[in-house]
Design a protein around this ligand. Structure first.
Ligand code: UN1
Length: 513
């Protein structure tokens, strides 16, 4: 299927408006355009007029009207709306998955997988819409009842990045929607067309169900104008942001300045421990997928491999062999396993990280080249790199958003590997490969991995939507997607009801008048 057919079927114009309240689109054309460039070919595939301050205010007016209506819709009925969105996403899975691949450059399988995550979280949210449970608890006073309950919070600002251009929105927006919130989505300016496609797919559901405009909003504009405005806008009680640690620190401080809430999903620097008891037949493919899948551009990509000295040489040989066989090229060709980086800026970061690795005494064992020639004209294709380093190289502390895998040797017990594993500022995802129960349990125990996600005998990426997604330390502490992450999207209220005829005070206090 050609790109032009995909764009037409998804109603993407050559020039698109950058803001929408449900089905109505903003009109601003004087703020400049964002050109969407496919990293596959380096060619432009469409453009978007940036939203203005006026567009933003127009959206916030629609939000102000929509929220009081939406919060009154019973939660299971809100779930039914999300169910319909899930059905629409099923119908459009192939088209949207292809657009993700064209615009972002991940493989077709991964583009489809990303839309599948949207469908899965929609299903999860439908069930959740009947399970927004609070607790009841016994009161210390006679004839009193106590319980807590969760109410809709308000408007949720969802700021997403380029690497999962649609799924991250869905983890936030579809959960927020069943919680009774309305959503303002600011997508990354490198991938605006996929966001517009999602908005148009949902618009049908909004129209058919006579919903107010302003339940699901989109605003594509500059970070300095629109992004900053969202952070300081007290009409948005919760900001959920996925991005780099630097961006997150700035955003968290700004939202905290108005005592707003945040869900921060920031950088990862994910490590895998390979003990001498690892099954390498399982570990090697898992590591290769985790390190080079999505060209190393997942927050959950494997960046550090901490390998027991006894198996280090075997692991290096096996990885070199696997890396040597990787097919790199156009991700719409399903025989290719590694597609392009998002743009030439990312390629520059990849190259300069490799320079710094060399300066710091690291050794490039494989790859690290920028590819040129037929099929690589966009300048965004690289050969994934395998690098031998010691853990004290300063660059190991940083997340480089590219396919660079650090191989780090450890000796002795799993505790030594865990010390190295935890000695970075980030704490998103982690894994251990071992057949030894005690090693696995130590890794999952209080003295084990300090990450939000810790796995045994699988890689660090490809988290399922049913779990809470997020991490500790400089990853930001937020949780989104499954489990009880929904609670962050609601306001909690504790209620005490006196159904008797006396007025006993708590703590046994007597107060006579
Ligand atoms: C991200 O990279 O921001 O774990 C999210 C995974 C995906 C989500 C990654 N389900 O790979």
């Amino acid at each position: 299927m050609k790109l032009s057919d995909v764009l037409e079927a998804l109603k993407i114009e050559p020039k698109n408006m950058g803001s929408s309240t449900g089905t109505l689109w903003g009109r601003t054309t004087d703020q400049g355009e964002i050109i969407s460039i496919s990293p596959i070919t380096g060619d432009p595939i469409g453009s978007v007029f940036r939203a203005s301050q006026n567009d933003y205010e127009w959206i916030m007016d629609a939000v102000g009207v929509a929220f009081p209506i939406w919060r009154q819709v019973p939660a299971p009925r809100r779930g039914d709306i999300v169910r319909q969105i899930g059905l629409k996403l099923r119908e459009h899975k192939v088209l949207l998955g292809r657009l993700v691949t064209f615009e972002m450059g991940k493989s077709l399988q991964e583009g489809l997988g990303e839309v599948q995550e949207m469908i899965d979280i929609a299903d999860f949210a439908v069930g959740l819409s009947r399970q927004l449970y609070g607790f009841t608890m016994p009161s210390e006073r006679p004839d009193h009842r106590m319980y807590d309950q969760y109410h809709p919070l308000g408007a949720v600002g969802v700021i997403t990045t380029f690497n999962f251009p649609v799924a991250v929105w869905s983890w936030n927006a579809l959960i927020a929607a069943v919680c009774g919130d309305v959503v303002i989505w600011k997508p990354a300016s490198k991938v605006p067309l996929t966001a517009i496609a999602v908005q148009k797919i949902m618009a049908d559901v909004i129209r058919k169900n006579d919903l107010p405009e302003g339940v699901f909003n989109l605003v594509i504009g500059s970070g300095a104008v629109i992004g900053e405005r969202m952070l300081e806008d007290s009409r948005i009680p919760l900001i959920s942001l996925t991005g780099s640690t630097d961006v997150g620190k700035h955003a968290a401080a700004k939202v905290a300045g108005r005592l707003g809430k945040t869900i921060m999903e920031l950088g990862g620097n994910n490590g895998v421990i390979l003990t001498e008891n690892a099954n390498l037949e399982m570990a090697v493919p898992a590591i290769v997928f985790g390190a080079v899948g999505t060209a190393g551009q997942r927050c959950t990509s494997i960046r550090r491999l901490i390998v027991h000295d006894a198996i280090y040489d075997r692991v290096v040989q096996a990885l070199k062999k696997a890396y040597g066989a990787l097919k790199i090229g156009d991700p719409t060709d399903e025989t290719n396993q590694v597609g392009p980086l998002i743009d030439r800026g990312a390629v520059k970061d990849f190259a300069s990280a490799l320079d710094r690795i060399r300066e710091q005494g690291g050794k490039i064992l494989f790859g690290g080249r920028i590819l040129t020639g037929p099929g690589y004209e966009s300048g965004c294709y690289v050969t994934p790199a395998l690098v031998a380093v010691t853990h004290d190289c300063p660059i190991v502390q940083e997340e480089t958003f590219a396919p660079i895998l650090y191989l780090i040797r450890y000796v002795g017990s799993v505790d030594n590997a865990i010390v190295l594993h935890n000695a970075v500022p980030q704490g998103l995802s982690s894994a251990i490969f071992t057949r030894n129960l005690s090693e696995a349990e130590i890794f999952l125990s209080a003295r084990g991995s300090d990450c939000g996600i810790a796995n045994v005998n699988i890689g660090t990426s490809g988290a399922e939507i049913g779990g809470a997604f997020g991490g500790e330390k400089e990853t930001g502490g937020g949780r989104e997607s499954g489990s009880d992450a929904w609670k962050a999207y609601m306001r909690r209220q504790t209620n005490t009801i006196n159904y008797g005829n006396e007025l006993p005070l708590a703590q046994g206090i007597k107060f006579e008048i």
